[in-house]
Design a protein around this ligand. Structure first.
Ligand code: GLN
Length: 453
């Protein structure tokens, strides 16, 4: 069948079902069908890209020329980007068709997708529950089979945690593996894009296209991009797996612990060796991240001033009023909380006590991982401490919400790659197994995930 037929089938499915999930902010039916038509024409001429005619969707923080890029915020509700993010451009070049833009926590701040200006996303497994966040729309859309693959971003778990809660595959590559150009910045030294898919093989295909050096992003890595599909079937015999004891401690749902242990046994049957390891500074990850990420966010979000682009308040009386009301009315409460925390941490007199200290802890956490990864090939752990929780359950308690990221955001502090893959259920809800590797070990992670699936 043609890409036009495939694209139309997905558009129909989204139109029929997404009122239950709210996973899309923008549906791009006309431009998608146009892209599909072009892909079909190129195919007739024998010009086939890696993703020729494949419908995908982008998290709404990747700039897409001609389509709204809202970042889940009233601040950018009127923003139509004049250019494409590098990864969008690369996916387009490979023949992908953009069905639309997916819902997300406002400016990617959150773990439940409840901070979106466009309303919460609902988990397709149980619509009273959250899909996780901040890439909740992408996770729910893939889980509900509204789209075969999506892009997501992970600053502190936002690809892996929603992937786990919705029972799909999510990969956060090494920091710098994929260009950040055209991805609205949250915390620039943490932000990393990645694929959210139904399988490791699909993730390999997406990553193949997305990864690589980009002259437009000075932090993108000058590292060769391997053939990610070439090693999917490699044997796991002799693979050394480390299990961090701090990740199997108090607070972990017993059903999740059981499923993850069962998965580890499966790897042992495939010839892997398992040993306990220790990441001693685990309890410092959340406090360090929730100083550093807001500090960077407070700086990044200063550009939204009501002058250049985005939301502007009605009839400002002077410049100060324009700034204050545009930001006051344009940002939601979680974003404001982060800006205030970040500004405080960076202010004179507090910088040494908070920001510098958190940077030192960041280095210690990275060292913990590097020490363990000298000894084992990969680390395995649960992706989240609990399965998907009820909408509203953690909304009024920011610290409870921040605890959701306990097993995921450590990797962003260290810049390491990690993947979440489905591994059974607890209380009838999906469980995610997290696989963590050394820098630029994405091919290994995909190999391991593929062998399990
Ligand atoms: N939950 C984390 C936060 O709110 C992670 C966000 C992310 O990875 N974008 O900051």
């Amino acid at each position: 069948f043609s890409s036009v037929e495939l694209t139309q089938a997905y558009l129909d499915r989204i139109q029929a079902l997404d009122s239950q999930y709210n996973s899309f902010i923008t549906l791009a039916a006309d431009s998608a069908l146009e892209q599909a038509k072009q892909a079909d024409e190129l195919r007739k001429k024998g010009q086939v890209g890696l993703l020729s005619g494949l419908p995908i969707a982008h998290k709404d923080l990747f700039c897409t020329a001609g389509l709204k890029t809202s970042c889940g915020s009233k601040m950018l509700d009127n923003f139509i980007s004049p250019y494409n993010a590098t990864l969008v451009e690369r996916l387009n070049q490979a023949g992908a068709v953009t069905l639309g833009k997916t819902n997300m926590d406002e400016f990617a701040m959150g773990s439940s997708n409840e901070s979106s200006y466009y309303g919460p996303v609902r988990n397709p497994w149980d619509t009273d529950r959250v899909p996780g966040g901040s890439s909740g729309g992408s996770a729910a859309a893939v889980a509900a089979r509204l789209v075969p693959a999506c892009t997501g971003s992970d600053t502190g778990g936002s690809i892996r945690q929603p992937a786990a809660l919705c029972g799909i595959t999510g990969l956060k590559p090494t920091y710098g593996r994929i260009s950040r150009y055209g991805m609205v910045a949250y915390a620039s030294s943490f932000d990393q894009a990645g694929p959210m898919t139904r399988s490791a093989e699909d993730a390999a295909l997406m990553l193949q296209v997305m990864a690589g050096l980009d002259p437009l992003d000075s932090t993108s890595a000058d590292q060769p991009v391997p053939d990610y599909r070439a090693h999917l079937n490699d044997s796991l015999a002799g693979l050394k797996i480390g299990l961090p004891k701090e990740y199997f401690a108090e607070g972990l749902d017993p059903g999740i612990a059981q499923q993850v242990q069962a998965a580890i046994q499966e790897f042992e049957r495939m010839g892997a060796q398992v040993k306990e390891v220790s990441l001693p500074n685990t309890e410092l990850c959340i406090p360090a991240y929730y100083i550093l990420a807001p500090a960077e966010a407070s700086s990044n979000l200063s550009r939204f001033d009501g002058v250049r682009y985005g939301y502007r308040c009605e009839s400002p009386v002077d410049l100060e009023d324009l700034y204050k009301r545009s930001r006051g009315e344009g940002f939601g409460s979680e974003v404001k909380r982060r800006i205030m925390v970040g500004t405080y941490a960076l202010s004179e007199g507090f910088y040494d006590a908070y920001y510098r200290k958190a940077q030192q802890i960041r280095r210690m956490i990275q060292q913990d991982f590097l020490t363990v990864l000298k000894d084992v090939d990969v680390i395995m752990a649960p992706t989240t401490p609990q399965p998907a929780f009820k909408l509203g359950e953690k909304n009024s308690d920011p610290v409870a919400m921040y605890m959701e990221d306990i097993y995921t955001l450590s990797l962003n502090l260290a810049g390491l790659p990690g993947m979440s893959i489905p591994c059974g259920q607890s209380q009838g809800l999906p469980v995610g197994l997290q696989i963590i590797g050394s820098y630029f070990s994405e091919a290994k992670l995909l190999n391991i995930a593929h062998q399990f699936q």
